[in-house]
Design a protein around this ligand. Structure first.
Ligand code: CP
Length: 311
């Protein structure tokens, strides 16, 4: 099994077969992670640099752990505290790191297209860990794994993506992945946060009524309101956002079914998602985080070109 790509820059570039190979391989690695000894020698002598130009908790720790579980050698780079503050360019920084014999680069950057730019200039395999408001492919893959575990497959599953679609790389990667894999997708939230260029480009439904979306769906993937990326007022206040578009226990209890609740994190508790929902049995938020390690192990292994996941 091998992917028809050298890099993982986005879900947009993946075939549905590639997505399935990653999900199947992730399931094998998830089995490894249940064992008393959770480490395999699959990437011994492979050196990976984690380049984080933007803050992260889950993605960064998850990649580091995945690399350690695969026995890779890792280097962690944060833009803060580096020579970036002295004006060093992205390409100079990466070429200096590569001259120390690095094989793979995991990269998060606030600029859309930063990993695509690197892929054109350096020989190492590049994995996008989130670029601006563009894509976050490993998040969509771990979300897909979490949905597949519950429903057996993605085909026909009704997924509502709720909230700040406009600023969300998680939304775009999920839309690419879910529509490629045969899930049904509805985008829900305020009209100011659901851009027309997305709704017209994909086979998705749109509603500005969150109750309607929740009544329809099997799974609600609730997105963080990304205040740090908003440079204009797009809704009246956080309190009114919560009242009109937030997911509450009252809303879920008024349904005659149980909707699976997802969130990529970090959560704005009491804004897009109430605490008693986030911490309830309906929430699979920590399952998503757990699956993230297995998915990232799969992506790193498959892009490394190594043949046997257990050797
Ligand atoms: N889901 C996600 O990308 O979280 P972090 O920003 O903490 O990595």
């Amino acid at each position: 099994m091998h992917l028809a790509t050298k890099h993982l820059l986005g879900i947009r570039d993946l075939r549905s077969e590639d997505i399935q190979i990653i999900l199947d391989t992730a399931q094998q690695f998830k089995d490894v992670l249940q064992r008393p000894i959770k480490k395999v020698p699959s990437l011994r002598d492979v050196t990976i640099v984690n380049l984080f130009y933007e803050n992260s908790t889950r993605t960064r720790i998850s990649f580091e752990l995945a690399e350690k579980r695969l026995s890779a050698d890792t280097i962690n780079f944060s833009a803060s505290g580096s020579s970036v503050s002295k004006g060093e360019t992205l390409l100079d920084t990466v070429n200096n790191i590569l001259s120390m014999k690095v094989d793979m680069v995991v990269m998060r950057h606030s600029a859309t297209g930063a990993p695509h730019f690197l892929a054109q200039h350096i020989p190492a395999a590049i994995i996008n860990a989130g670029d601006g408001i563009n894509e976050h492919p490993t998040q969509a893959l771990l979300d897909a794994m979490t949905i597949s575990e519950k429903f057996g497959s993605l085909k026909g599953v009704k997924v509502a993506i709720v909230g700040d679609i406009m600023h969300s790389r998680v939304a775009l990667s999920n839309i690419y992945l879910l529509t490629k894999m045969g899930a049904q997708v509805t985008l829900a939230g305020p009209p100011t946060l659901i851009p027309k260029h997305i709704t017209s480009a994909f086979p998705v439904q749109v509603t500005y009524n969150v109750r309607e979306a929740i009544e329809w769906c099997d799974v609600a993937n609730v997105l963080r309101i990304q205040l740090e990326r908003q440079n204009q007022v797009l809704f009246s206040s956080l309190r009114e956002y919560n009242q009109a578009y937030g997911i509450s226990k009252t809303l879920l209890q008024s349904l005659n079914k149980e909707v699976m609740i997802m969130h990529p994190g970090p959560i704005n508790r009491g804004v897009e998602l109430d605490s008693d929902v986030a911490d309830s049995g309906q929430s699979v938020i920590l399952d998503q985080v757990e699956n993230g390690v297995a998915v990232r192990m799969a992506v790193l292994f498959l892009l490394s070109g190594r043949k046997d996941p257990s050797a």
